[in-house]
Design a protein around this ligand. Structure first.
Ligand SMILES: NC(=O)c1ccc[n+]([C@@H]2O[C@H](COP(=O)([O-])OP(=O)(O)OC[C@H]3O[C@@H](n4cnc5c(N)ncnc54)[C@H](OP(=O)(O)O)[C@@H]3O)[C@@H](O)[C@H]2O)c1
Length: 238
């Protein structure tokens, strides 16, 4: 069993990822109102937590690396830190590159999804922080196994996948997205090659969405002209 996973993202009309690059809100439209929709809908899902890629988590956590001498040899087994009933802030971080210095990001409890090759010093750092971790196989790329552990170890039933584009693409490729929740800003980025909300990092010609179809389940115009779309992902067997 794994959690139900909703990929919840905001985007410009051209599918781009960075709101800082979007055109300004039109006259009379509040940028704060537009920004507020994302968090409101995030809360409304009442999920057990959220998942981001290592790059996004590094930007959010803002910790610095500490050198822990003589770290003990630790088994590559899931570790539960000081969760205290909080929601989960999950980082997909195969090489253990994100640093926290605390047990939470934005009040939600840190769970690092790691490869077994990370150093004992990194595991010791996470333990000192009070953070939790699970393993996604030797190289940290077994996302299905990691999601199953989040369900088994932390009781996660529903999680929001919130970027960036590369980790969203990896989850799509692994058929781990059950639903998309997409907020389309009344804005455009416009530059070729800027990151999009699903940016699979794989061989040319690969189709990460192969065998999956999207069915529109909800379409709503929100205050300020933002459009909220929900799509269920329907998978062909195999
Ligand atoms: N709409 C929004 O406002 C929004 C939301 C989220 C993020 N963002 C922005 O998105 C940017 C980051 O996006 P991103 O796509 O570059 O990075 P990302 O998805 O946040 O993180 C990518 C990293 O995840 C790790 N990873 C683990 N398994 C992976 C797999 N199977 N495939 C690919 N990566 C895997 C890799 O870490 P290693 O390199 O350590 O191996 C990879 O570099 C940030 O600037 C952030 O601010 C914007």
């Amino acid at each position: 069993m794994r959690p139900y996973i909703i990929c919840h993202m905001g985007t410009s009309i051209d599918g781009r990822l960075h709101p800082s690059r979007f055109t300004r809100a039109a006259a009379g439209i509040s940028a704060d109102v537009l920004r507020g929709h994302y968090e409101k809908i995030h809360e409304g899902f009442e999920a057990d937590g959220w998942i981001v890629g290592r790059k996004t988590m590094s930007e959010m956590a803002k910790g610095t690396e500490r050198s822990i001498a003589d770290a003990p040899k630790l088994p590559r087994q899931a570790h539960v830190g000081e969760r205290q009933g909080r929601k989960l802030a999950v980082a997909i971080d195969p090489s253990g590159r994100a640093h926290y210095g605390k047990d939470n990001v934005g009040g939600d409890h840190v769970v690092a999804v790691l490869g077994e090759h990370v150093t004992d010093a990194y595991l010791a750092e996470l333990r000192e922080d009070g953070a939790s971790y699970v393993f996604a196989g030797a190289k940290g790329d077994d996302l299905s196994r990691a999601m199953a552990q989040l369900a088994a170890v932390f009781g996660a039933r529903k999680l929001l996948l919130e970027g960036g584009g590369r980790i969203n693409g990896a989850f799509l490729k692994h058929r781990l997205i059950d639903e998309f929740s997409t907020l389309i800003w009344p804005a455009v980025d416009g530059v070729a090659g800027t990151q999009s909300i699903v940016d699979y990092d794989g061989p040319e010609g690969d189709r990460p969405g192969a065998g999956q179809s999207l069915r529109l389940t909800h379409c709503e115009t929100l205050e300020g002209g933002m459009i909220w779309l929900r799509h269920a992902v329907e998978r062909a067997p195999g």
